[in-house]
Design a protein around this ligand. Structure first.
Ligand SMILES: Cc1ncc(COP(=O)(O)O)c(C=O)c1O
Length: 470
């Protein structure tokens, strides 16, 4: 092959791990909308600090600082598993007969199995620096819970994980990994919190959702003695996108070494953190006019289509409606997604940064059905020898589509996608695909309307359902 001179995998040196995170908000023509309290006032430090660690609140609210130093205490752990490789999918290119060059940034080569560790380490570090004893969180598929359990173990913190009950039962080994790292794992809805008991009482809610598990974890954090507990979230928030910018920064450095630059950047989007991190420096180059033509594609499941069919409105980040309001593409905090196998993409909302970029026309979004996703995952696995997480396979599916288009047009586009994790704990899903029992659920308009009805009215901002107040 003509470009065979580029290696299959590019590993940067340890001293090329970024020393600063990049804050994309500083270069956005308009920043994402601020968090608000239910009465419509903009959330300030003092509103958020009881729930999140202080430094993380500062990062959350900071739309101006372009580059944020990564403390040595975090970098020393990044060195254990980073830089992650930028891989060239030569085998996939050949199988697709495409002139496109397909690259993927592989974040599954650490013990937690996904990109989530990048933010988990940062969040646990800042909690430890503040002298806190306990961090709490939710987990759906289990990747974030695993990452935070590892990070908590490293910094000597207690870790309380509320795991969506369906996953808790379907993925006993994922639960065991967290317990091995010392975390306390509770199925959600549980009997241990007020909101958990309320949700559990209704049979329909018993399999749980990320929104419910978030509410439980926040409630737990607020009850840790001596105010020594804080809640940590693995996606959606600006701070998480900031930490994940390390993915994009390393990708850009590797492309620099190759003398290449992507024409298309593709990522799966659950709450938007890997996508926001992967695209960060490339989007910067687009926004500053240096590389205006790069295309960005968010890929979400057709079963939980917040970006493609949701409303851009203020909504609660959690089902219990205890968190502040976030302006985002949302299906409504009461939307219950079908039990799709990509658990990490079953969230009603989306990062405010990704939402704003989509709303302002800088980013496209598409949705894909899970049977197509698993077909792509298996083709990829056979060719590239990595068994992808179902979430990551959403990006693979669309990267393959883009490469096939290039085969038709003859364009030699450079395609970059994020391979966020491995799927070794997702074998029930692969099994369902292999034995033909996997079904595609696409919500009807009526189902979506029921979710939209749970979007709250916000005084002076929007009516119930999310329509802006004139
Ligand atoms: C492997 C993997 N990829 C992607 C995601 C989606 O999250 P985000 O959109 O925040 O990157 C998850 C979430 O759990 C995940 O586990």
């Amino acid at each position: 092959m003509e470009n065979q001179k580029n290696p299959y995998r590019i590993y940067l040196r340890e001293d090329q791990i970024p020393t600063q995170y990049y804050n994309l908000r500083a270069d956005m023509p308009e920043p994402p909308e601020p968090m608000r309290l239910p009465d419509g006032t903009v959330a300030q430090f003092e509103h958020l600090a009881p729930v999140f660690a202080d430094e993380l609140v500062r990062q959350e609210l900071d739309n101006e600082t372009r580059y944020v130093d990564i403390p040595e205490g975090i970098r020393e752990m990044y060195k254990v598993y980073r830089p992650s490789p930028l891989c060239r999918a030569y085998n996939l290119e050949k199988a697709l007969g495409t002139p496109a060059k397909i690259y993927y940034k592989f974040e599954g080569n650490n013990t937690s199995g996904s990109h989530k560790l990048n933010s988990a380490l940062a969040q646990a570090y800042y909690a430890h620096e503040q002298g806190l004893t306990t961090i709490t969180t939710e987990t759906g598929a289990g990747q974030w819970g695993t990452a935070l359990s590892e990070a908590a173990a490293h910094y000597g913190l207690n870790c309380d994980v509320f795991m969506v009950r369906a996953s808790y039962e379907q993925k006993p080994f994922r639960r065991s990994v967290m317990q091995t790292f010392g975390a306390q794992v509770t199925p959600s809805p549980s009997q241990e919190t007020e909101i958990g008991r309320k949700m559990y009482a209704d049979e329909a809610n018993r399999s749980g959702s990320l929104g419910t598990a978030i509410s439980e974890a926040v409630e737990r954090a607020l009850h840790v003695p001596e105010n020594k507990g804080r809640y940590q979230l693995g996606s959606v928030l600006n701070q998480v996108v900031l930490h994940q910018s390390i993915i994009g920064l390393e990708s850009l450095a590797a492309f620099d070494e190759l003398g290449e630059y992507p024409d298309v950047v593709i990522g799966c989007a659950g709450g938007g953190s890997n996508l926001g991190g992967l695209i960060a420096p490339f989007m910067r180059d687009k926004l500053t006019g240096e590389k205006p033509d790069t295309r960005f594609i968010a890929v979400e499941p057709a079963s939980c289509p917040s970006l493609t069919r949701g409303r851009y409105a203020y909504d609660f980040a959690d089902t219990g409606q205890t968190c502040p309001l976030v302006k985002m593409y949302t299906l409504g905090n009461g939307f219950i997604p079908s039990p799709d196998h990509a658990g990490g993409l079953r969230y009603h909302g989306m990062s405010p940064i990704i939402s704003k970029l989509k709303h302002d026309g800088y980013l496209d979004a598409v949705s894909v059905k899970q049977t197509d996703v698993f077909a792509a995952a298996e083709e990829f696995a056979k060719l590239e020898t990595i068994l992808p997480a179902p979430e990551s396979a959403h990006a693979i599916c669309v990267a393959m589509e883009e490469a096939r288009k290039c085969a038709e047009t003859g364009e030699e586009k450079v395609i970059l996608f994020g391979l966020t994790g491995t799927g070794y704990f997702d074998m029930t899903a692969y099994e369902a695909f292999n034995n033909g029992t996997m079904v595609d659920h696409v919500p009807t308009d009526e189902e979506l309307e029921r979710g939209f009805a749970t979007i709250p009215a916000v005084p002076g901002i929007q009516d119930a359902g999310g329509a802006p107040v004139a």
